[in-house]
Design a protein around this ligand. Sequence first.
Ligand code: NAP
Length: 239
Amino acid sequence: MPNMKPNKNTNSADSQRRVLITGVTRGLGRAMVDEFARLGHIIIGCGRNGKVIAELSASFGAPHHFAVIDVADDAMVRDWAARVIKSSGVPDLLLNNAALVNQNAPLWKVPVEEFNAVIDVNIKGTANVIRHFVPAMVDAGKGVIVNFSSGWGRSTNAEVAPYCATKWAIEGLTRALAQELPRGMAAVPLNPGIIDTDMLRISFGDAASSYSTPRKWAKQAVPFLLSIGPKDNGKPLTV
Ligand SMILES: NC(=O)c1ccc[n+]([C@@H]2O[C@H](COP(=O)([O-])OP(=O)(O)OC[C@H]3O[C@@H](n4cnc5c(N)ncnc54)[C@H](OP(=O)(O)O)[C@@H]3O)[C@@H](O)[C@H]2O)c1
């Protein structure tokens, strides 16, 4: 793997951001790690897969920070936030990216455990991360919170009702949060588009291969994410 340590020549201390990303072990999160690091930013990332988190820690090293965290576990997120803020500082850009999609099925056939897991990660997980990281951002008086939504947070489709419910919730939760933040900060729901990841394969099967790769998506998405600021507060955005 190439050396992904921050490129000190790319960013002055002023423009270097601390970027917190949930769900960095696969898909969009993993691709964003490479691209933010390539541009010289500092990554604070989490996911549940311990093997991939260990590989990320070994490849990227300090000042990046990767931890095995289940965002649905509020106490785990609370302890992680305390450690991160002490050792790495307050995030400048918080990306609530981690999520699950249900297996395609009519709502009445989705098992209760699966329905609960989608709600727990996509809605409660996002709220847990906000609960424990945003107070420090508010105290600092700056920072941008991007909650990953979906086309299915603004439209619907058969067989993804649990997922649609969570992404419509993300749209509402984020726009209400935007009304609570002090001037100088922003919270936005983001539809990332349609990208060939494990998640898309669950919903689209092999048809997922006709969509962009996460790596290609990240080249376009990361500069866009870095451009979001207070002027965008509360706006539903799309990459
Ligand atoms: N791909 C698309 O076309 C598309 C379209 C619209 C919206 N989105 C949204 O974009 C975001 C990323 O999607 P993706 O396609 O990259 O999904 P993905 O390939 O399935 O990756 C999801 C990531 O979230 C992590 N994750 C899941 N549950 C977690 C938990 N409880 N705690 C911590 N991490 C957790 C996974 O890691 P572990 O398994 O290691 O925990 C993985 O790294 C999601 O919010 C998704 O809804 C994607």
